[in-house]
Design a protein around this ligand. Structure first.
Ligand code: THU
Length: 130
């Protein structure tokens, strides 16, 4: 199963009563395992938890820590970009050269390096004098 297929499948489980906007994300780890997540909203925080964050949480829960590749899928007019918070979460577990592919259901896609998704990222090195 491709990451696109995995993201499309999990997207069907998105819980989106507020936005009605279903998103699916699937990632492959350095060891080859695939984890997927969908967005899950709630009444107090209608933006809820993003699909990317769900996939990352599933990865961590399985004891994995290194993203090799990530795909995000939504039914949007142009490939859906990860939100700011998710960019930081992705950068926590993916090196700068890792490719994040944003896709729309109709197959349009845009591939971006993590370094370009979050230029000038805050990193652990910035705390070296703490
Ligand atoms: N959303 C994601 O899950 N991932 C993205 O990359 C962009 C936005 C979700 C969050 C919320 O459930 C809905 O889309 C609209 O903000």
């Amino acid at each position: 199963m491709t990451l696109f297929d995995a993201a499309c499948a999990v997207r069907e489980n998105a819980y989106v009563p507020y936005s009605k906007f279903k998103v699916g994300a699937a990632l492959r780890t350095a060891s080859g395992q695939v984890f997927a997540g969908c967005n899950v909203e709630n009444v107090a925080y209608p933006e809820g938890t993003c699909a990317e964050a769900g996939a990352i949480a599933a990865m961590c829960a399985a004891g994995e820590r290194e993203i090799a590749e990530l795909v995000v899928v939504a039914d949007s007019p142009s490939p859906v970009p990860p939100c700011g918070g998710c960019r930081q979460k992705i950068a926590e577990f993916a090196g700068p050269e890792v490719i994040v592919t944003m896709m729309s259901l109709d197959g349009a896609s845009r591939a971006v390096r993590v370094a370009d998704l979050l230029p000038g990222a805050f990193g652990a090195g910035h705390m070296d004098r703490a």
